[in-house]
Design a protein around this ligand. Structure first.
Ligand SMILES: Cc1ncc(COP(=O)(O)O)c(C=O)c1O
Length: 354
């Protein structure tokens, strides 16, 4: 009944489906690529410090302190940084501010499934060059007229990384539209393109604190690029929500950027655990794509992806299965967890496959 009040655009939307966030505590949750280790103790202390009378005041609309902390970490100027409420919000602004042109934006057929959702929301035309047989991005497929290019590196949900030299080859060929590299997972083994932003004014690199800094619950993401690109994003932000980051988020995110030792150590542990997970899954007859992320993308020699995901769910282990596109239906995406979570996963798989 109420839908007769909907705008035309809402009738046409197919919203993004986030991974399940179960309310039941004793599940082994390996479905949304969160970090198995908690945030830095310095982050928790900074958050506690913000739970104070000052919450009656609005936060800094530009998150200036956080921009400085991010700029210091990456060796860029604070004016080259944009911050937002999770990288999803930053990506949303990017589609509207930089990728909406007459020519279609290009992204792979198998990639972060939020990209086509933003395109439909903002009326952005898109084209999806297919990944290769081995699920790799072929940069030459992007040498065609376009209104912008975006992909994650490492890609999601495959985990496969593209060498920086390939990104640079793309930037040299594609100078007339924005090139956006979504580096949500780069800290687990990819090569970052941040070092190229001063040479390529069309390059925008997006990061999140949700994965390598264990802060999915705080909702902080950022983009780094030429000041002209940052200004476009700021114009959209200030036409939508001037205060995307609250006071605790700004304080906690600053502490996370500053605690480099904790960040390096948790990333190292995730990478080590990924190697063990890969070996244990291979021993159970899974093919594991080479991953530079905090998850692995795997297919079993005999059992289908949907059946395995359902059987794991019955045993209290949640992993991610995608029905679409059909090429990835046999696969499961499994987040790298703690040693105990990995043991529970492997034990459940042994039972299922027995
Ligand atoms: C490739 C990619 N980009 C961006 C995001 C969004 O992350 P967040 O909004 O938590 O920063 C995700 C989350 O899973 C992702 O996989």
């Amino acid at each position: 009944m109420g839908n007769r009040y909907w705008s035309a655009v809402v009738h046409e939307l197919t919203p993004y489906t986030p991974g399940e966030q179960p309310q039941c505590a004793n599940l082994v949750k390996l479905n949304t690529n969160e970090n198995p280790y908690g945030p830095s103790p310095r982050v928790l202390a900074a958050l506690r410090g913000e739970i104070a009378d000052t919450l009656r005041l609005y936060p800094d609309p530009d998150g200036g302190r956080l921009k400085i902390a991010i700029a210091d970490f990456h060796g860029v100027a604070a004016s080259q940084v944009f911050v937002g409420n999770g990288s999803d919000e930053v990506l949303g602004h990017i589609f509207q501010a930089l990728l909406k042109h007459d020519a279609p934006v290009l992204f792979p057929d198998i990639t972060y499934s939020f990209y086509p959702v933003y395109c439909r929301l903002y009326g952005v035309a898109f084209r999806q060059p297919p990944l290769t047989e081995t699920f790799e991005i072929r940069v030459d497929d992007y040498f065609q007229p376009n209104g912008g290019i975006i992909f994650p590196n490492p890609n999601a949900p495959t985990g496969r990384a593209l060498p920086l030299a390939e990104i640079e080859r793309l930037l040299q060929a594609n100078t007339e539209s924005a090139v956006v590299i979504d580096e949500a997972y780069v800290d687990f083994g990819g090569e970052s393109a941040v070092g190229l932003v001063n040479r390529y004014p069309q390059l925008l690199v997006v990061h999140t604190l949700s994965k390598s800094r264990s802060l999915a619950g705080l909702r902080v993401g950022y983009a780094i690029g030429h000041e002209g690109l940052i200004e476009a994003l700021t114009r959209v932000k200030d036409s939508f929500n001037s205060y995307p980051l609250d006071r605790p988020a700004i304080a906690g995110a600053c502490a996370a950027m500053e605690d480099r030792a904790y960040f390096a150590e948790t990333c190292r542990r995730v990478v080590a655990a990924r190697a063990m997970l890969t070996a244990e899954l291979a021993a159970l007859d899974f093919t594991v794509l080479p991953s530079a992320a905090n998850f692995v993308f795997v297919r079993h020699r005999r059992e289908g992806g949907a059946a395995l995901a359902a059987a794991l769910r019955e045993r209290g282990v949640i992993v991610r299965h995608f029905k679409e596109p059909s090429r990835i239906a046999p696969f499961l995406r499994i987040t790298v967890g703690t040693d105990a979570q990995r043991a529970a996963l492997i034990e459940a798989l042994r039972e299922i496959l027995a």
